[in-house]
Write a protein that binds this ligand. Structure first.
Ligand SMILES: Cc1ncc(COP(=O)(O)O)c(C=O)c1O
Length: 405
């Protein structure tokens, strides 16, 4: 394969990295395909299938001939369903014209940031963060500002830390809860405290990524910031999607509610990129949002049991401290006590990347290192896999930790 001519790739592309979580999942898949006994705890998607009624809606849409371009912003039926969802589940009033549909939640973040960031603009991205935020900010020409949260605070951004991170150049606060990678979710009071800071800085907008809203446990109640602090509604993008709640990661539908002028700006951008999300997936999403919701508590129960299992077993591993998060399907254990130890292979574990590399090599367990999410020394475990595999993976992690010297 011949190399590309020097300077051929754009400067924007050179500012970013390939997604480390996608890379970790691919590496695990490659090793499995090559015959290695690997358990992947690196996946970012539910392990169950899309519910049958949603699949049927897609098939019916194909049969009806809903196979053409749609409006850039999304089909009116889906925009109406999104507006109803925001009202029903979040108490938020968005008219259909204030909603927008993109090919995946990631594309909503991409459109919102590309449509608004200029060189020098800052976006606050609390660490640890979902890997794509800083890189999308960089791609859009902005500067990510990444205040670190603390395990003692349940990895939640404190009001004082937010106040310190805001400058005259701040354009966005990107808030994600339940959080990927920590599972942390904010209480109403914690959101109010952040809101009080934001009210003092009217130039700062909020992009809230509520993708894991329905994956929440032990009766914890989910709140979104524009509902808790209504004065922020005029400068908030409330982002969500069907990927995680409805096990529809491959269908590629994300959506948001936002002030109409911003929706128009995002629409202008999408009209020159993806045009519209898949017509068939949009019809499937109408069914997801308006059809029966009874499988959501069933999935919640399964995930809650797995979370409890993983937290308990990881806390029994020597040198690991694993907090119990409120939601999503991730835990983010600390390996501070293990840094500097030596693996049976003779390799010293200087970083969390060394830890996950050695864990994969010696025990065949794939996880993602904390540095990928901007906070070390930790690693992310996804428990979106069967209980049997989780038990086996945690036993292997316990054995690996016990063998470190
Ligand atoms: C926090 C968060 N937001 C957004 C997304 C992207 O969702 P989608 O697959 O709909 O693009 C993910 C996927 O991993 C995520 O973890």
């Amino acid at each position: 394969m011949s190399a590309l001519p020097k300077g051929f790739l754009s400067e924007a592309l050179n500012r970013i990295q390939p997604s480390p979580t996608i890379a970790a999942s691919q590496k695990a898949r490659d090793l499995i395909a090559a015959g290695r006994n690997v358990i992947s705890l690196s996946v970012g998607e539910p392990d169950h299938d899309t519910p049958e009624n949603i699949k049927e809606a897609a098939i019916a849409a194909i049969r009806r001939g809903e196979t053409k371009y749609t409006a850039v912003e999304g089909i009116p039926e889906l925009r109406k369903a999104i507006a109803l969802k925001f009202k029903r589940e979040n108490g938020l009033d968005y008219a259909p014209a204030q909603t927008f549909v993109s090919p995946g939640g990631k594309a909503i973040v991409f459109n919102a940031l590309m449509a608004t960031l200029n060189p020098g603009d800052e976006a606050i991205v609390p660490a640890p963060y979902w890997v794509s935020y800083p890189d999308i900010v960089l791609l859009a020409g902005g500067t990510p500002v990444m205040p670190k949260t603390r395990i003692e605070d349940g990895f939640k951004l404190r009001a004082e830390a937010l106040a310190r991170a805001i400058t005259p150049k701040t354009k966005w606060l990107i808030l994600n809860q339940p959080c990927n990678p920590t599972g942390a979710c904010y209480t109403e009071d914690e959101l109010k405290a952040l809101g009080e800071v934001l009210l003092k800085h009217p130039h700062v907008w909020v992009l809230t990524d509520d993708m894991y809203e329905h994956l929440i446990y032990e009766g914890f109640r989910f709140h979104t910031i524009a509902a808790v602090v209504p004065q922020l509604y005029e400068r908030t993008v409330t982002m969500n999607g069907v990927s995680k709640a409805y096990a529809m990661t491959g269908w590629r539908i994300g959506y948001c509610g936002a002030p109409e002028p911003l929706i128009k700006a995002m629409s202008k951008l999408q009209s020159q990129s993806a045009s519209n999300a898949s017509s068939i997936s949009q019809w499937a999403s109408v069914e997801a949002l308006t059809g029966p919701q009874d499988f959501i508590p069933k999935f919640q129960k399964i995930f809650e049991e797995r979370r409890d299992l993983v937290v308990s077993m990881l806390n029994q591993a020597k040198g690991i401290e694993c907090p119990k998060p409120e939601g999503a399907f991730y835990v983010y254990p600390s390996i501070a006590e293990l840094i500097g130890k030596t693996a049976p292979s003779g390799k010293t574990l200087a970083t969390d990347e060394d830890f996950v590399t050695e864990l994969l090599e010696s025990e065949g367990v794939a996880a993602v290192h904390g540095a990928a999410f901007g906070l070390s020394p930790f690693f992310r475990v996804s428990y979106a896999t069967s209980t049997e595999l989780l038990e086996e993976a945690c036993r292997r992690i316990q054995r690996f930790c016990a063998e470190l010297r």
